[in-house]
Design a protein around this ligand. Structure first.
Ligand code: ADP
Ligand code: MG
Length: 301
């Protein structure tokens, strides 16, 4: 097969591992920087050009679209979809997963449990929204943050009100979440490929921190997950329409709660913590599922 990887940097661990795994399985592979792709949109002969040449005859595209290039990256992926190329994750699913509130609404609609989550637009509505939630402490999040940046713990009602007012004053989109104290600064990352959890790790925040992101100094360890956690993770990825996803769960006293579903999960932390060949699993999934003109959400925005 001829596989394209949409990635800005061929030297990144995840990109390198995917290239390695594709080659090891005998495929032709090209790393494509989405920002260097340009295209004409037309009905008869959709095409994409890259550094002066047409990108043709790809069987599958692996999107590794960073949060800062979501808009252009998903536009390029959509163009590949229009050309009939199989996307590992579809552009619509990636766009959905980038908006934390939209994701939560979709998951809640399917009965998937999560921390109580609130959203308001006017500062005057903050007190009542906090009453609807669990009361302090609460977690306040920017809707489009990643790597733990833009996630704040407000320990008192006063702190929550002032942080919310400050964010609203900056016109930032935010949501408020029940703080899951019993998770003790840990979460579980489940790497879902298709309908199974391929690898899972527990991430623990450093002392004095509640965010377990590895970018925030969290540490990763192998973990055994329960059948319920396994089922929730797979269902969350399916609900978002993602074939490959990093589903983050919190262990709470009322069972596993979904925190977020990442459409371009990093491979380094999880491969190193678990010793599992995630990149190989992704290539195997593509071999089994890639067909031309199979994008389910094509033409559905
Ligand atoms: P990001 O997209 O920036 O990673 P997350 O929503 O995943 O944002 O939050 C970052 C981290 O903060 C999580 O991995 C988790 O450790 C912690 N966290 C987030 N929300 C909660 C919550 N409601 N209760 C307890 N811990 C939380
Ligand atoms: Mg996260």
């Amino acid at each position: 097969m001829k596989i394209g990887i949409l990635s800005r940097n061929a030297k990144l661990y995840s990109t390198r591992r995917l290239v390695e795994a594709a080659k090891a399985a005998g495929h032709e592979v090209q790393v494509i920087d989405a920002l260097r792709c340009y295209m004409n949109i037309n009905a008869r002969t959709p095409s994409i050009h890259y550094k002066g040449e047409a990108l043709e005859d790809f069987d599958a595209i692996i999107p590794r679209i960073g949060a800062s290039v979501t808009f252009y990256g998903t536009a390029v992926l959509r163009q590949f979809e229009t050309m009939g190329v199989y996307p590992l994750n579809e552009s619509v699913a990636i766009t959905r997963s980038r908006d934390k509130l939209r994701s939560m609404q979709l998951l809640a609609g399917k009965g998937i449990d999560m921390p109580i989550t609130g959203f308001a637009n006017k500062p005057g509505d903050i007190p009542d929204m906090l009453d609807m939630n669990s009361g302090p402490p609460v977690v306040i999040k920017l809707l489009e943050g990643t790597q733990g940046i833009g996630v704040v713990l407000a320990e008192t009602r006063k702190a929550a009100e002032s942080v919310l007012q400050a964010f609203m004053g900056l016109k930032a989109n935010i949501m408020v979440q029940e703080y899951i104290d019993e998770a003790k600064g840990a979460d579980i990352r489940c790497l879902v490929i298709g309908d199974r959890v391929w690898a899972s790790m527990k991430r623990q925040a450093p002392d004095g921190e509640f965010r377990s992101n590895l970018h925030r100094g969290g540490s990763a360890a192998l973990v055994r997950i329960t059948p319920e956690e396994r089922a929730v993770a797979v269902r969350a990825a399916k609900t978002m329409g993602l074939n490959v996803a990093g589903v983050d769960l919190l262990r709470s006293s009322r069972g596993p709660l979904v925190l977020e579903v990442n459409s371009s999960p990093g491979l380094e932390g999880i491969e190193k913590a678990t010793g599992k060949d995630v990149a190989g699993g992704i290539i195997a999934f593509i071999e089994k599922n890639a067909r031309a003109n199979r994008t389910r959400t094509r033409g559905k925005g």
